[in-house]
Design a protein around this ligand. Sequence first.
Ligand code: 4NP
Length: 157
Amino acid sequence: MKSVLAVCLGNICRSPMAEGVLRQVFAERSRLAQLNVDSAGTGSWHVGNPPDGRAQAAAAARGIDISAQRARQVSTADFSRFDIIIAMDVNNLKALKSLAPKGHEKRVVLFLDFAPQLGKRDIPDPWHGDEDGFDHALDLITAAAHGLADHMEAELG
Ligand code: 4NP
């Protein structure tokens, strides 16, 4: 079965929200309901911590509970365990590509490439800003999640 790993810098804001949204979007599509979804950070500062309270609140307002998630750092084993590794911004993409074992770089993709209609590459890091940044990130994540779900359904044939 296919699996998807969402990656940002801290694994306490964007990628936990992406994990929650992807779980919800995949659950709504019968052929994707069994997909394995996880998230991780390129950095290690927040390992073991729950998502930022603002991320939890923004997700909860959309009916998505991410409170049980705990941050972890991406590892080289993830490149063989996950079929698609989605980066929340271009910096994460670069970090992941340089960490990827030879031959596994192609699994790493930019999440917003699945929402080309937005004309954006980065989901801005909301950590230093206010609550609005989290809601904006969720809008971008939701658009890309539907694009990724369409892509996965097409791949299944
Ligand atoms: P995230 O946000 O990458 O969306 O989880 C951040 C959280 C923490 C830090 C940076 C980004 N930090 O520098 O600790």
